[in-house]
Design a protein around this ligand. Structure first.
Ligand SMILES: Nc1ncnc2c1ncn2[C@@H]1O[C@H](COP(=O)(O)OP(=O)(O)OP(=O)(O)O)[C@@H](O)[C@H]1O
Length: 485
């Protein structure tokens, strides 16, 4: 890239030189024209002077026939002498002028020849520079493709679904969880211990930064044109929203992912954002001015779409944060007995990233889907009733459907029941081999939550045994640009 930039700078300098020389040629051509004109004027002056001299000399010849006896006054000899001197001086200066003009013309011809040579040399250097730039471009294309392919291979080896366990912080002294290494968590229930393995286990003391670093390579995949999905699953109050959204001072996965994407993409990317919630099995657009209008899912080939869903073009972190804040405000939050800021709906934030690489001429399109699931909860424990009970039933139904999908994926079943709920239907493209997925299972260490913690850990273990197919990269020609290989 550096070499390419240096060559492009050199090409700019040569172009500037070229245009300067073209100006010079134009200036000299004008000067030659001017001198020619001046020479013609002088020639005309000379002719005029000659005419004058001739007429003066003629005056010396008697105009009247000699028959007349009247004596004519003879011309003044001093005047004649002066006239002769003037004629000679005029002849000398005319010769000098002609010689000067001829010399100037010869000099200019020489300069023109030199300029023509320089222009030819410049054109040759430019041709060579362009060939070198093209060679560097193809080298860059090959290297970028190799990097993407290696990065993807590493992720495939790690598994296209990665499951992280995050244990929430707690003030209570007793805990039902023990950690053994950074990939194992042990659940202690009535004296017996059960071990669960994950790609990474984050303890209560793990920072937001550490949690995000685990999924950083997957975010890079989004820039490479893959569909990436991040899910947070767990009982209500276990820290899903904290993990995904975090606080202003200590942001979570959502904000950090967006920051990372903006950092990697610089100015060459175009971002489209949408936000929806699934509340009581209905889809709600969170970025529309009429948030109560419900939406439908439509199947389009291998992907699913939500016609009418608001897509906002965003370019900076401030834009994205503004859109997220607007969506969060519209989200249904109601207080339950277990968590005073409980999310009663599943939240899906989708960020479509389109990157046009000016060097390779290719465009990649990836989607990052960030999903904060509503909390799994036991209705008897939360003492939900009325509207809260309806919500809890809908949440549990869709989470059960999610579990069934993972169960079927784990067994490589022929039929995967994606359409059993709106949530799984929407997540189908993220879970059917077209994407890379990160799942956070959030657990509470409190002894009173041991049943839910066990169920969440079992859910996470099931997901960990799922291996998605080979992820498909969405790469294509730039709009109006070159064709991808
Ligand atoms: N790792 C953590 N460190 C500090 N505080 C945390 C952590 N995890 C969760 N919390 C706090 O615990 C409370 C509940 O967390 P959060 O709202 O994220 O739970 P949730 O799983 O999203 O719940 P629900 O499903 O009901 O929305 C919040 O006040 C949050 O700030």
């Amino acid at each position: 890239m550096e070499k390419l930039q240096v060559k492009e700078k050199e090409a700019d300098v040569l172009l500037q030189k070229n245009s300067y020389l073209v100006g010079e040629v134009r200036y000299l051509t004008d000067a030659v024209q001017h001198l020619n004109q001046r020479a013609a004027e002088l020639e005309a002056d000379r002719q005029q002077a000659r005419e004058k001299i001739r007429s003066l000399l003629n005056r010396r010849v008697p105009a009247v026939p000699p028959a007349k006896t009247v004596a004519k006054p003879s011309p003044d000899p001093a005047q004649l002498l002066q006239l002769g001197r003037l004629t000679r001086a005029l002849n000398v200066s005319s010769k000098k002028l002609r010689a000067t003009v001829q010399q100037a013309l010869a000099d200019m011809r020489k300069q023109l020849e030199q300029l023509k040579g320089s222009v030819g040399e410049l054109a040759r250097v430019e041709r060579e520079g362009a060939a070198e730039v093209e060679e560097l471009r193809s080298l860059y294309r090959r290297e970028a493709a190799e990097r993407k392919s290696l990065h993807n291979k590493v992720l495939e080896l790690q598994g296209n679904i990665r499951v992280f366990c995050r244990c929430r912080r707690s003030d209570r002294a007793s805990s039902c969880l023990e950690t053994a290494g950074d990939q194992e968590v042990v659940l202690v229930q009535k004296g017996s211990k059960k071990k669960f393995q994950f790609d990474k286990v984050f303890t209560p003391s793990s920072s937001q930064e550490e949690v995000f670093s685990g999924m950083l390579p997957v975010i890079t995949s989004c820039v490479d044109g893959y569909n990436v999905c991040v899910l947070a699953y767990g009982q209500t109050g276990s820290g899903k929203t904290y993990t995904m959204m975090g606080s202003k001072e200590n942001p979570g996965v959502n904000i950090r992912s967006v920051r990372e994407l903006l950092h990697i993409c610089c100015e060459c990317a175009c971002f489209q954002m949408s936000m929806l919630e699934i509340y009581n099995e209905t889809l709600k657009d969170l970025l529309t001015k009429s948030p109560n209008a419900s939406l439908d899912i439509r199947v389009q080939g291998k992907s699913v779409a939500v016609p009418g869903l608001t897509q906002v073009q965003v370019q900076t972190e401030a834009d994205i944060l503004g859109v997220m804040e607007m969506g969060e405000r519209n989200r249904k939050i109601a207080s339950t007995k277990m968590n005073t800021q409980s999310s009663r709906s599943h939240l899906l934030v989708a960020l479509e990233v389109e990157i046009s690489d000016s060097v390779s001429g290719l465009t990649t399109r990836g989607t990052l889907t960030l999903c904060d699931l509503a909390g799994s909860e036991r209705i008897s424990k939360t003492e939900a009733e009325g509207q809260r009970l309806v919500e809890a039933a809908a949440i549990n139904k869709s989470l059960t459907a999610l579990g069934q999908v993972f169960g079927a994926l784990k067994c490589n079943a022929l039929h995967i029941p994606f359409r059993n709920s709106k949530l799984t239907h929407l997540l189908q493209p993220c879970l059917s081999g077209d994407a890379k997925c990160c799942v956070f299972v959030n657990v509470s260490p409190d002894v009173k939550d041991v049943v839910e913690t066990l169920s969440t850990l079992q859910f996470g273990s099931t997901i960990r045994q799922v291996s998605l197919g080979r992820a498909a990269q969405n790469i294509g020609p730039a709009r109006g640009g070159k064709t991808a290989k």
